[in-house]
Design a protein around this ligand. Sequence first.
Ligand code: PMV
Length: 329
Amino acid sequence: MKATALAPANIAFIKYWGKRDEVLRLPLNGSVSMNLSNAFSTTTVDFSPEYQQDQIELLGADFTAKEKLRVIQHLDRIRAIITSSWRAKVVTQNNFPKGTGIAASASGFAALTLAAAGALGVKLAEKELTILARRGSGSACRSIPDGFVEWVAGPLTGRSEDSYARSIFAADWWDLRDILLVVSDHEKKTATTAGMERVKTSPLLVARLRRVPARIVKIKQALAKRDLQLLGTISEEDCLEMHQVMQTQEPPLDYTSKATLKVLAAVKRWRQQGLAVYFTIDAGPNVHLICEGRDKQNVLQAVKKMKGIQSIIINKPAQGAHLIQEHLF
Ligand code: PMV
């Protein structure tokens, strides 16, 4: 009763920030993302009547008691589908640092969902898997489908089944790069779940929610036409707006650092010099540079001249979560 899944992290062009239902993890707005080929979680789950309790292990780092509980609650959701009482051993590994806003929760819960369902023999369609992954961590639903993905918010009064993720373009649709500049590998201070709970204290939230639907339409057009200027302009706008909402919450939440702001200024400068590159940032100080494959070397050359970059992770669009044969134990 063992299965292993690999799931990518994803970077959102239209961001998810705020829930209309905290328990079901139903979002206030839809979002659109790309799966990342080189930032992923691998998770092995083994269910057995011989385990007395769930054992949860993160290789290369430690889960807090709270994080372990969140994993166990997710296992409970999957056990409930077939009323199994078997406990599990879960071992997981990220190929990128934990807690830096590189969405380990997205890749982690997507991999956990697929591996646990696979190990228990629970057969679910992709849409159902995305709904289940969403219960573990909202952004995890976007790491299940292939390539470029839309998370459909569902109607405001909608049920859990109305909010799911679907692929809008396959990974090979557009040769984009996400050049992730790690400026800090320290864990962030406020976890996204806690930060998001305060979203309604921001006076800017209402304005943002009014604007997002039109942006989603434009981002999908940009993807359809492979129009980097449109994609980059809209996603920078949405990213900055999400951070303004965070920064005007009570208490204010600022995930950026001096190094982040330095990179943003540099990106604008590079663009003025003719380099087609755009930025986006999640709930952490690290900056994702979005460009086309043919401009990768030029962007890397510009980045090399900067100080304060600790590491660089180069991503292409990637397939979604999938089962693999090699187990972690
Ligand atoms: O990882 P979650 O489900 O708590 O959500 C994080 C959301 C952001 O990364 C800040 C934005 C996004 O849409 O990915």
